[in-house]
Design a protein around this ligand. Structure first.
Ligand SMILES: [Zn+2]
Length: 150
């Protein structure tokens, strides 16, 4: 990606992480993960942070279509990392999906794939029986003894 696209790419992700007004540790971690995954430079990331902090930043599609789809997936990743989508996150993302002319079915596929991925990279897992949060890789629930499926 060109520098200007890199800045837009990470600015979109940062903007989503701030959509609900607060950036959690998990969101911050996810932004760092997205940066690394896409080989985005520190310099471009700093430029993106300045851009978003200047206010009134609108999520903008980056260069190529494939980059834009990946960008949407990464935005979703950051939104989903601390639970479900907030209304503001949902609204911002749907507006973006509309610009990309994605069908509801395509959106659903991206959302479910991203949810799977979030579960994989999240450091926690949930007990199906009693619902408590456990460290990833737990084999039995510490609370009720339920076997945890990997
Ligand atoms: Zn349990």
């Amino acid at each position: 990606m060109r520098n200007s696209d890199q800045i837009t790419y990470i600015a979109n992700v940062i903007a989503i992480s701030q959509a609900d007004g607060k950036v959690t540790d998990k969101e911050q971690g996810a932004v760092a993960f997205v940066r690394q995954k896409n080989g985005l430079s520190e310099e471009n990331t700093q430029a993106a942070i300045r851009l978003v902090q200047a206010g009134d930043y609108n999520i903008t599609p980056v260069g190529r279509y494939s980059d834009t789809i990946r960008n949407l997936e990464d935005m979703l990743l950051v939104s989903l990392i601390d639970g479900d989508l907030s209304d503001k996150e949902k609204k911002a993302m749907l507006a973006f999906a509309k610009v990309l002319k994605l069908s509801q079915e395509q959106i659903n596929v991206i959302v479910s794939e991203t949810k799977k991925f979030v579960r994989l990279i999240s450091a926690e897992t949930k007990c199906d029986a009693c619902g408590i949060t456990l460290p990833a890789g737990s084999r039995f629930c510490a609370e009720c003894g339920q076997k945890i499926e990997p």
